[in-house]
Design a protein around this ligand. Structure first.
Ligand SMILES: Cc1cc2nc3c(=O)[nH]c(=O)nc-3n(C[C@H](O)[C@H](O)[C@H](O)COP(=O)(O)OP(=O)(O)OC[C@H]3O[C@@H](n4cnc5c(N)ncnc54)[C@H](O)[C@@H]3O)c2cc1C
Ligand code: SF4
Length: 563
């Protein structure tokens, strides 16, 4: 049986770590550099603004541009996608008395909730298991929350640079000193077009990587500084849609079971979420662990199938799809956290560090809290009596003392037990939840997603044909993501182009954006994989399953507004 990990992509860490190359007087100097305008990076920038206001003497030492935030999307929020039912702890600590939850762009408190175990035609209600209880949590569009947080960060003095991808980690004498941004205006072969703009060196005393899931520079930093945790990181892929609906949904809904298969040999773990967004919108998404084995599994098509279930069809009846998107979620949990969470001149936070509670499907509040704590550690580097090394090291201690650490410890083996199949895994997970993590099942082994041996079934035969009303194909979905990637830019996806057919089939089915096509078969049974990189919505699944996503030209990719 083939494994994608046997066909590694042409990629080396060394390619993406460099010394600054711009002449010293042309480098852009900033005090603290944040990569990524998601909840983690923006929380970091907001907290820095507060610290600067409270400590004007220290603020002077941060220079003319005290805080800069790089964002590869067209604007903050363009690449943000989530559920998003948010635990308010992180936002409350960050915003304090300045804002009430009601002042944020929210769709309100979770009104009520239901959990169903689905079969093809039935929906069995079950009492919400403890991790799925959402009393006191708030419903958001993460893209909209991102735009709100970006405005608060700018009010606090942060310089946000959209359409700017951080391509290389700048390191000097074993210490991170900033990043190099990507070039713009290159053609497919790398040649310079008329509007060519070279990237720049941005140098800073502390760089905070808040790149989110599958962070490009985070991956580079984990290898370069030996920060990988005890377990390999693993991921889930979530595909979601936003619908305008004819009738309001009065509760949040989670489902388990169908259209995923329960057999151990398939390793299909996941579930769906259906959340109301006010009176006239609903978001529906399906999340599936990328340690699945069947090369014909497509999360996009399973979501289409899910919508044909009578229970869900009723919710969407008379409605219209208004948005679509896809993104991975790190799910390795506590044992996969980087150790430590810092390197000289560098801090890691949010999804980039894998801070997600997967049984609860929650990461936004950990991203916000870790961004806040990263800001405090980075700011210390400018205080008298502190060395940069002691300042960044204080971040690890702060995370260990926070709810991030205790929450993730409680559910430390939760994801791994589902490797035993749905029923045994579910029973073990329940025991661990009820005992608040005190039931010891020992440390369970974890394997990288790309190491799973592949099997090929005819699962894809039963995916529903797109009707353009309830069910959609991948290309029209990419269009609904607002993707505007230039067709003739250099390819940003690294894969081995000649692989066994089942590996190519797996990539083609897995990619929600139809980037991979299976080319001609050779006498030795291998096939060439053809690529359409401009379809890519940067979900990150390819990095989990044997390839490597690198950031394309800044400003490319989806333009999410309500996801
Ligand atoms: C389908 C789905 C459902 C979810 N549901 C929930 C939920 O209901 N509740 C919840 O709490 N959590 C949920 N999560 C998880 C939650 O969305 C994440 O934990 C959270 O968004 C992490 O925030 P972050 O700031 O670390 O990363 P992100 O939100 O991913 O933000 C990272 C930002 O960095 C930018 N960036 C990345 N690399 C670079 C680079 N090299 N250069 C420049 N910019 C860069 C990206 O464009 C992005 O804007 C869900 C996730 C998914 C995918
Ligand atoms: S090419 Fe890779 S990263 Fe891009 S959408 Fe497809 S699976 Fe996701």
């Amino acid at each position: 049986m083939s494994r994608a990990s046997n066909f590694p992509p042409p990629f080396s860490t060394a390619e993406f770590v460099a010394e600054p190359t711009d002449p010293a007087d042309e480098r852009i100097e900033v005090g603290i550099l944040v990569v990524g305008a998601g909840p983690a990076g923006l929380a970091c920038a907001i907290r820095l603004g507060q610290l600067i206001e409270e400590n004007p003497d220290v603020a002077e030492r941060l220079g003319e541009v005290p805080v800069a935030v790089l964002e590869k999307g067209k604007q903050p929020g363009s690449h943000l996608l989530s559920g998003a039912v948010v635990d308010p702890r992180g936002l409350r600590r960050l915003l304090g008395s300045r804002y009430r939850m009601e002042d944020l762009p929210t769709f309100g408190l979770v009104p009520a909730e239901s959990v169903y175990v689905l079969t093809r035609h039935t929906a069995l209600p079950i009492p919400p298991p403890p991790p799925m209880r959402n009393h006191g949590n708030w419903i958001f569009s993460l893209s909209q929350l991102g735009r709100f947080l970006a405005e608060r960060a700018e009010e606090g003095g942060a310089l946000i640079l959209p359409e700017t991808s951080a391509q290389k980690l700048l390191a000097l004498h074993g210490r991170v000193v900033g990043v190099r941004t990507g070039d713009k205006g290159r053609n497919r072969d790398g040649g310079e077009l008329g509007n060519f703009e070279a990237g720049s060196d941005l140098v800073a005393k502390v760089t905070v990587l808040a790149e989110g899931t599958q962070g490009h520079l985070t991956g580079v930093a984990l290898d370069r500084f030996g920060l990988r945790g005890d377990d390999p990181q693993v991921w889930e892929l979530g595909v979601k849609e936003v619908w305008k609906v004819a009738r309001p949904l009065d509760r949040i809904i989670h489902t388990l079971g169908w259209p995923l298969r329960t057999g151990k040999r398939y390793r299909e773990f996941g579930g769906s979420f259906i959340y109301p967004m006010g009176e006239d919108m609903v978001t529906i998404g399906l999340v599936v662990g990328l340690d699945y084995r069947d090369a014909s599994l497509s999360v996009h098509d399973l979501l289409q199938e899910l919508k044909t279930h009578p229970k869900i069809r009723r919710i969407l009846a008379g409605g219209e799809r208004v948005a679509w998107g896809a993104k991975t979620i790190p799910s390795g949990g506590f044992h996969a956290l980087p150790s430590p969470l810092h390197a000289p001149g560098l801090l890691l936070c949010g999804d980039a560090a894998g801070m997600v509670n997967i049984p609860r499907l929650k990461g936004v509040h950990y991203a916000i809290e870790s961004g806040r704590l990263a800001a405090e550690a980075a700011f210390r580097a400018f205080q008298r009596g502190e060395t940069p090394a002691s300042a960044v090291a204080s971040y690890d201690a702060a995370v260990r003392d926070s709810f991030i650490w205790s929450d993730l410890y409680e559910v430390r083996n939760m994801r791994q037990v589902f490797g035993h199949g749905f029923f045994v895994g579910g029973a073990l997970a329940s025991a661990m939840t009820v005992s608040k993590g005190r039931v010891e099942v020992g440390k369970l082994p974890a394997e990288p997603d790309a190491d799973q041996p592949l099997l090929v079934t005819d699962r894809d035969v039963s995916y529903p044909a797109p009707d353009g009303k309830l069910t959609f194909d991948k290309l029209s979905s990419v269009f609904a993501s607002g993707n505007k990637t230039r067709d003739d830019q250099p390819n940003h996806i690294r894969i081995e182009r000649r692989v066994p057919k089942e590996v190519a089939q797996m990539w083609a089915h897995m990619c929600p954006a139809q980037v991979y096509e299976i080319g001609a078969e050779d006498a030795d049974g291998t096939v060439r994989v053809e690529l359409a990189p401009s379809n890519c919505v940067q979900c990150g699944a390819i990095t989990a399953k044997g390839g490597r996503l690198t950031p394309p030209e800044g400003g490319s990719g989806p333009e999410y507004t309500v996801t």
